[in-house]
Design a binder for this molecule. Structure first.
Ligand SMILES: NC(=O)c1ccc[n+]([C@@H]2O[C@H](COP(=O)([O-])OP(=O)(O)OC[C@H]3O[C@@H](n4cnc5c(N)ncnc54)[C@H](O)[C@@H]3O)[C@@H](O)[C@H]2O)c1
Length: 474
């Protein structure tokens, strides 16, 4: 149960202290009172970010920026009073927005809070409200939101009622998010994360950031090392710094289980890292630098994702499960290099849902935390057996050549996902076998074709020119 006290700040509290209280209460608002507890005004996380963006210092007293004429209702209010008070004042909010209206007694002391849902005009009182889901995040910036995981995540976010802005340089085209572009609660900012002006524009009116953009995979990273270091490290850190400055304190970073490289036993988040590539090193450098920014307010979270598989609107056929399914379904030979190496796996829909879990978890549970995100560990040979079982006509050969295009891949590790299950309640739902069948069906129905198209393979697109620095909204 949330207490009223967790919403109250004194008028001489700093913006930073106020933001910490707002972050912890999880509702995006604080009520400013004097010594006697009389309500003087309200302040939202959005008000604070706007003030910081206008150059206000984070140590300024909150009374300098509060709203001195907030909507309130008296004790014993009727639903008619509430509706009237709200609709006289509120226009143009997202239809999913939940307004938090203070209930005051005759001495203007806050005694309760009404959570008023603008989309259906229903409400509930805080004292009856017993949800563990935080409601401070309304608009999410997904950097890299047009990619394999990002486009899946954006569809899930929109379905759940979030407002979404994507910043992406659109390496793989617009197809993955074209349906979303028709929606009022979705925006695309086409631009390059490596541009500071683009970063600050992308962060306007944003409550939480999910950073997926990067040069992804060992082969692509080794082909364009300069761009990898710029994107996966320098630009990543610049974005995290900007978020901390603007008090966008939920910052979820896409790291990878590749940081474990080759390890024995089942590795947990506490185990030693053993990066075998520039890609993995760039992720470790970013993890460490972002976590160093953590303070009482800024609450970054690292998601070390297993190898992802499954259908996405931006399909990748450079991921082992997807390529095995493609080969089996199209009568091509599946070549297995080695085969005894262990890897962790997760379906793209489940991977996407892990990010949403982080948006909805209490800040204290995710602040400065690292989670392995995956479902199961398999050897590459086991994946071959799944393909053979599902597609008996499939041919499998052992080879001394790489299965996936690019540099030699010596990763071999088993990963524990217990922490994510325990803390953010991450429960993956999908299986490798079902995903292989889904890919086969999509191929048979013609929704996937032209399998040699470079857009399916990150390494092939690695040298594609970035968009120019002057980002454009479309
Ligand atoms: N797919 C996996 O198996 C897997 C596993 C572990 C971790 N990850 C991590 O998840 C994230 C997303 O992976 P994915 O498979 O969706 O990759 P992806 O290549 O499909 O998507 C990356 C997106 O980032 C965009 N991008 C790249 N550089 C950019 C820049 N400078 N500015 C703006 N946009 C830029 C690309 O245009 C693309 O849309 C990556 O950070 C990756 O390291 C992926």
């Amino acid at each position: 149960m949330i207490e009223i006290n967790s919403f109250l700040v004194m008028n001489n509290f700093s913006i930073k202290d106020t933001m910490r209280i707002i972050g912890n209460n999880g509702l995006g608002i604080a009520f400013v009172t004097n010594n006697e507890g009389t309500l003087l005004g309200t302040v939202t996380d959005g008000d604070i970010r706007k003030a910081l963006g206008n150059g206000t210092s984070i140590s300024t007293d909150v009374e300098q920026i509060m709203n001195t004429n907030p909507i309130t209702v008296q004790e014993e209010f009727t639903s008619h009073d509430l509706k009237n008070n709200v609709h006289q004042r509120i226009k143009g909010f997202s239809r999913y927005y939940t307004l938090k209206v203070p209930v005051v007694d005759n001495n203007k002391k806050v005694v309760n809070i009404v959570m008023y849902n603008l989309h259906d005009n229903t409400y509930e009182l805080l004292k009856e409200f017993n949800s563990h889901q935080t409601k401070d995040v309304k608009k999410v910036l997904v950097v890299g939101g047009a990619g394999y995981i990002g486009s899946t995540l954006c569809h899930q976010l929109i379905e759940k009622g979030y407002d979404v802005r994507v910043l992406d340089k659109m390496t793989f085209g617009h197809g993955s998010i074209s349906e979303l572009q028709k929606l009022p609660n979705f925006e695309l900012l086409e631009g390059d994360l490596r541009n500071i002006t683009t970063i600050t524009s992308a962060l306007e009116n944003i409550d939480a950031v999910i950073l997926l953009a990067g040069i992804v995979g060992d082969p692509a990273s080794s082909k364009i090392p300069k761009e990898t270091i710029e994107t996966n490290y320098f630009a990543t850190l610049a974005l995290a710094n900007a978020c901390k400055y603007y008090q966008i304190n939920r910052f979820v970073f896409a790291s990878t289980c590749s940081v474990y490289g080759s390890s024995s036993g089942i590795v947990t988040e506490e185990d030693a890292l053993n990066p075998l590539s520039l890609y993995a090193r760039s992720k470790i450098d970013s993890e460490q630098s972002i976590l160093n920014l953590k303070d009482t307010n800024f609450a970054p979270t690292m998601l070390r994702m297993a190898t992802v598989y499954g259908l996405s609107r931006r399909m990748r056929f450079d991921l082992v499960v997807n390529i095995f399914a493609l080969k089996a379904a199209t009568g091509d030979t599946i070549s297995i290099f080695g085969g005894d190496q262990w890897r962790p796996f997760v379906h793209v829909e489940d991977a996407a849902s892990a990010y949403i879990k982080c948006l909805e978890a209490p800040l204290k549970d995710i602040a400065g935390e690292t989670f392995n995100i995956g479902a199961e560990n398999y050897t590459i040979n086991q994946l071959g057996e799944f393909a053979k079982e599902l597609f008996p006509e499939a041919t499998i050969e052992k080879t001394d050549k790489q299965v996936i295009k690019g540099a030699l891949d010596s990763r071999d590790y088993k990963v524990s996902f217990a922490k994510a299950k325990r803390i953010i309640k991450f429960e993956p739902q999908r299986t490798v076998k079902k995903a292989m069948l889904d890919i086969k069906n999509a191929i048979e129905q013609g929704s996937l074709d032209n399998f040699n198209d470079k857009a399916y393979y990150n390494v092939e697109m690695a040298e594609k020119k970035s968009v120019p620095d002057n980002s454009k909204e479309i």
